[in-house]
Every structure is written in C-alpha cells, then in structure tokens.
Write a protein that binds this ligand. Structure first.
Ligand code: CDP
Ligand code: MG
Length: 667
C-alpha cells in the first residue's frame, strides 16, 4: 500500500514538473513579491489553479483564498491539490461552496465559489481574514466574478500593504484589466501554454438538430477514429445531455448486438475484439460530486470515454485523455432582454473565444480533432468575446449583497464594465417592493436579514414571512427542496410506473407543495431505509439527501437569528398551514405571478409576456379550460419558447396583500 502511494506520488510529481506553472514558479513569486496585483494568463491546464496558490503557500502566505465560478470546479480542484500535497481534505487545504464547508481552523488555502466570497464580504467587507486572494477564470466575466473583482479592488484600496491579489484567466483583455487596476503596482505574467495541433472540421451545411448531430458525430468518431482517445461533447444543459447519453447508449448497444450476432473474430486472433467498449459520462453542474468524479477519472485505455458536458468543461475543469471534441456551438447564457424583469437563461450561440477554448480541450496531450456542428460561415459570424454577464443580468441579488456590505450606493462600486443604470434602478425597485429597503432607499432590518440567508432575496423574503406567520419549519423544508434539482428521476422505460409512484405526492396546488410532500415523506422514513424508499419511488436519493443537509444548515442559521416574539403575528392564525405557506411564497415571489386567461393562456403580470407551463410541472396540461386565477413560478426558462417551471396556484387575495402597491388585478 505504502509502495502504491509512493508510486502514485511519483507519477503526480512527474506531471507537475511538466506544467508551465511549475516552470514559471520563480517569475510568479517575484511578481507577487514586487506587486500588489498580478495578472496571470495561461492556457487551460497549464497549472494556474492548482499550482500557483500552492507556491504562495510554500513561501509563507498563511491565509489564501482562490475563487471559482463553479462549485464543481472548486471541489475537484481542492481534491486534486490535497492529493498532490498528500494532506486530508479540510486540514491545511479545503473548500467552501454553498451549503458545503470543508475547512477547519487549520485551513490556510481555501477554494471557494465567487458567491461564497461575496457572502463573507457581508460580515467582513475588506476581506481582512485573507492576505492573498486569487480571482480565477476572470475571462468568463460571470456576474459574480465581476462583482468579486470590484469588492477586491475596494479591499485593496482600504488595506494598502496588507493584501495581494492575483487575477487568473485562460485568455484576457489585458488592457482592460491593466487600466482597472491602474492605481496599484501591477505585473503581468504570461505562461507558455503547450497545445498540440488540432484539426478543425465544420459541417458543410447548418445542422437542424445539434443533439442528434452530436450523437452521430460521437458514434462516428468512436468507430472511425484511432483508439485510444476520449471524446468530449459540448452541449448546453442537463436535459440535452441526458437525452444524448440515452441515444448514444441505445444506438451503440444495438450496433454491438448486431455485430455479435453476425460476426465472429478470427480464431487465431483471440484477442481481437469486434469493437472497443464505449462509456458515456454526463458532466454538468447539478450532478453529484461522485458522479462528476467518475467522468474525470482516467480509464487507462480499457474503453473509450464519451463525456457529454456543458460549458463547465470549457476552461474550469481539466479532463485528461481527451483527443476529440464535438462542439454544438451553443451554451445557456443570460441574454439581454428588452423586458427588464425577465432574467432568463437562454440557449445562445457561444463566442469565438469560447469555440477556441472548446477546441483546445482536444490538444492537451497529443494532436487532436475538433468537430464543430456549424458551418465556417456561422463561426465567422460569432462575436469575438463573450458578453460580460453583468450587462445582461438581473442585479437584485448582488445589489442586496453590496448594500449589506455597507455600500449605501452600490452604483459607486468600480467595476470592469458598468451595468446599465436602469439595471441597478430596477434592482432597487424590486428590493423596495419586497420590503428590503425603507422609503429613503436604505437597507432596513428585513433587508439585512434577507442578505443573511444564502438564498435568493425572494426566497429569503418568503422564509422571513414564515417566521411571522408561524410556519417556518415547513418553509425551511420548502426552501431546501427548492434549492436542489432533479428530485424526480424519469427515463423512458419507467415512465408509467414512476408516474404511479409519484401520484400520492401530487398536490393540486402545484409543484411547490408536491415537492414539499415528497421531502416531508422522505424525512419521515427511518434513515437506513431511505435509499430503498427512493428507489421504489423513482426519486433521486442524492437530491433528497442534499436537501436534508441544506435543511439542517438553514435551521441552524435561523436559530442563530434570535427573532423577538414581536416578530410573530397572530394574523391568519385560523388559516391552514398550506394557506399561510402560500401567503409566504407570494410575499417573496409576487413579482413572478401569472394570470390565467381564457383557454388557459398565461400572461405574466409584470410584463405582457405569454408563457407556458413547463412539461415537468405537475400543473402541465392540468388547468381546466374554464379556469381563472393566478399562478406564481419559481423559474422562467427559455428553450423554444418561454416556460415557467415550478409553478403553483395562488389566491388573488394573497397577491393583493403583497403586490397591491405594484399592480392592479383585473376583475
Ligand atoms: O487552472 P489551469 O487550467 O491552468 O490548470 P489546473 O486546473 O491547475 O490543472 C493543471 C493540471 O493538473 C492539469 O493539466 C491536469 O493534468 C491536472 N489536474 C488533474 O489531474 N485533476 C484535476 N482535478 C485538476 C488538475
Ligand atoms: Mg483553472
């Protein structure tokens, strides 16, 4: 065993010694010693995230934090660094992501998501517990990373001399960053990336269905291109990935049984196989860490891996063994909407910079190939850089956070790109309407409480309301289950039986109470029987276990806040708990309400947008043709058209109670 570990460490060491970041050690440390801000630019996989923070640790920095846009990357990178140093996770090195803290008082280097660092800044706006901050993946220009950069710059100004900052990215508009940090001593370090040549192929004509095209491309590569060499397919989201995975498996299995039925390998050549095995691994943010790990594990050439990923695999995660890339040309992005309150993720074309990054995944270890599922003409039409998310996002959440950090006027924060003034104004309007601000637009006690919970402002608002209406325990359960994904496990083979098993959970009011019913039933099952119970009911055990974990953490947070009894109200005491919960949800989400018009046509109340109920909802096709009334939704998603997901029926009276100042309901 000791020998095995030794060999493993040796292997890892030889890998590290080959990384550009290892060779740049001296220049990096010099830059760090002589400047307040260091910009590091280097190709994905060159060792920025794993090596540079360790190098700083080795020369005596004692409180280092590295931010990541995604939790998956934060977790996998931390595990890698612990392995490299031979330390246990959570000792010297650890990670913190929302609802999962693997650090201890010993921890000197922590990897966190941007969101976690922003939460820390609420109680410690100058981030004074850190002496060195790495802001990673700055090129992605995600909303939270941009805000982190603003907060970090402010901390640098306030703490001259006691804080250093390293900004890292795979490609970067250096001039922009240089002028952003122009009042500080700044060094730029460009690391040599080594990329093998990559052959790029385009389709001759535009493809109609890129999921189908990706499936065909993947199988074709497997049968026609040289082995070994794994395939990385970029798609846009969980649903696409899961359906592509099913299609690849089915077609591959069919082909294999055809071969086995009709052919025999030549007897002298016993070791010749008819085909190499192919295994499909999904990789997206909502997956469990175990499942993600499986996708990243090397397969030692025993089979070929096809990894179906979202843009998570573009720059933030290194996957060894990839030789072929299939790029659908799209990703889910926030897009500018003329309607200000409809912050929705939409499947949109990627930028040229992203297409290059995707192709680059094929040339890390040897020459590779990239198959783009679009034409060369379409590539030329793509924008060069991704649009900074801050220009197109809803700023409600970050505005609340910035105000909770003590910035009375969040417009004043210096940012790489300034969002439209209307976006901030709109955010203030929303915060005012859900009761977070007083009439002079300052954060009030409710607003401060809202920022305290790691939930969206709307969900926090609902939670606070539930304390008043004495139903906080169920509301906590609801918040927890709404913070997890894919509770129901559906596949085409088990459709009928799954629907039967779920029947007893379904609430005629809609998805919120259905999910709550599932979660409360889960909690009532003895712990050792839960896995089996989930199997029998076609429910995702991991999601429910995660919800349980979130539930415990939120309960602790709630207990820390000692609410005085004057907070409680005797109003609506005679109403059922379900009605009170409904009122609480409306207190947070009345802006996301929808009117049921004639023939079940649905219109959002705040903007004249016609929407449909997402097929995954229990209310999908369940509204009767004569039904009138109102719904609220948790999420608006935009695929072929705007869909509302996680939907519930609400009473007009509740909407009037909370949104009465903001709109008039048609009678
Ligand atoms: O941040 P950057 O993209 O520059 O690279 P990194 O994430 O620090 O990864 C450096 C190297 O470590 C990669 O080339 C991989 O060989 C290895 N690595 C790994 O094997 N497993 C991980 N989870 C992360 C990195
Ligand atoms: Mg990295």
């Amino acid at each position: 065993m000791a020998q095995q570990n030794n060999n493993k460490r040796k292997r890892i060491w030889s890998l590290i010694k080959n990384l550009p970041a290892y060779h740049a050690r001296k220049s990096f440390l010099q830059a760090l010693a002589s400047s307040e801000v260091v910009l590091v630019v280097g190709e994905t996989g060159c060792g920025k995230t794993t090596q540079l923070p360790q190098q700083a640790l080795d020369v005596g920095y004692r409180s280092i934090v590295t931010t990541q846009p995604r939790r998956v990357a934060a977790i996998s990178v931390t595990e890698r660094v612990c392995l490299e140093r031979g330390v246990t996770l959570g000792s010297q090195i650890g990670y913190v992501v929302r609802f999962d803290d693997k650090t201890s008082s010993e921890t000197q280097l922590r990897y966190v998501t941007d969101g976690v660092l922003l939460r820390e800044a609420i109680t410690d706006p100058d981030l004074s517990r850190y002496d060195l901050i790495f802001v990673d993946e700055a090129h992605e220009r995600s909303l939270q990373t941009d805000i982190v950069l603003g907060v970090v710059k402010r901390a640098l100004t306030n703490r001259r001399g006691s804080l250093k900052v390293v900004v890292m990215s795979a490609f970067l508009d250096t001039d922009k960053f240089r002028s952003f940090f122009s009042s500080f001593d700044l060094s730029i370090l460009e690391m040599e990336g080594r990329l093998y040549p990559i052959d790029i192929f385009y389709t001759k004509t535009p493809v109609e269905d890129y999921v189908e095209a990706a499936v065909v491309a993947c199988l074709q590569i497997h049968f026609e291109e040289s082995f070994p060499g794994d395939i990385l397919v970029f798609l846009t989201g969980q649903e696409e990935i899961e359906s592509a995975a099913r299609m690849i498996k089915e077609r591959f299995d069919n082909y294999c049984s055809y071969l086995e039925k009709n052919f025999l390998p030549c007897s002298e050549n016993k070791h010749t196989t008819l085909y190499h095995p192919l295994r499909v691994y999904p990789l997206f943010a909502a997956m469990s860490p175990d499942a993600q790990r499986a996708a990243l594990k090397p397969c030692r050439n025993q089979f070929r891996k096809a990894i179906l990923a979202t843009n998570i695999a573009e720059t933030s995660i290194t996957i060894p063994g990839i030789k072929y890339v299939v790029d659908c040309g799209f990703s889910k992005q926030r897009v500018a909407s003329s309607m200000k309150c409809l912050d929705a993720l939409r499947v949109s074309p990627i930028s040229q910079a992203q297409a290059l990054q995707r192709a680059g995944r094929a040339g890390r270890e040897c020459p590779g190939k990239c198959f783009r599922l679009y034409t060369k003409d379409d590539f030329d039409k793509l924008s060069i850089h991704p649009v900074p998310e801050i220009l197109v996002s809803d700023l409600v959440s970050v505005t609340l956070q910035l105000m909770a950090m003590g910035m009375e006027n969040p417009f004043k924060l210096e940012l790489l790109d300034n969002p439209r003034t209307e976006s901030f104004q709109y955010a203030l309007e929303v915060l005012l309407s859900i009761g977070a601000l007083d009439s002079s637009m300052k954060l009030n006690a409710i607003g401060k409480q809202m920022a305290f919970f790691p939930l969206s402002p709307m969900l926090s608002r609902s939670l606070l309301e539930s304390i008043t209406l004495n139903c906080s325990s169920s509301m906590l359960a609801l918040c927890s289950i709404l913070s997890t994904e894919s509770v129901f496990q559906l596949s085409s083979q088990i459709r009928e039986s799954a629907f039967q098993a779920w029947n007893k959970f379904i609430s005629s009011l809609g998805d919120h109470f259905t999910l709550l019913q599932v979660f409360q039933s889960y909690l009532s099952i003895p712990e050792h029987e839960r896995i089996q119970w989930c199997k029998e009911h076609y429910l995702n055990y991991r999601s429910l276990a995660t919800a349980n974990n979130i539930y415990c953490q939120l309960s602790q947070l709630l207990q820390q806040q000692k609410y005085s009894s004057s907070f409680m109200s005797r109003l609506y005491e005679e109403e059922s708990e379900q009605d009170r919960l409904g009122r609480c949800l409306v207190a947070g989400f009345f802006r996301q309400s929808v009117r049921i018009g004639s023939n079940c046509q649905l219109y959002t109340l705040f903007e004249p947008l016609q929407v449909d109920i997402h097929p995954s909802s229990v209310l999908h096709r369940r509204l009767s043709s004569k039904e009138e009334g109102y719904l609220i939704y948790h999420e608006l998603i935009w695929t072929t058209k705007p869909y509302i997901r996680t939907v519930m029926r609400v009473k007009e009276e509740w909407l009037l109670q909370h949104g009465g100042n903001c709109f008039q309901l048609e009678s």
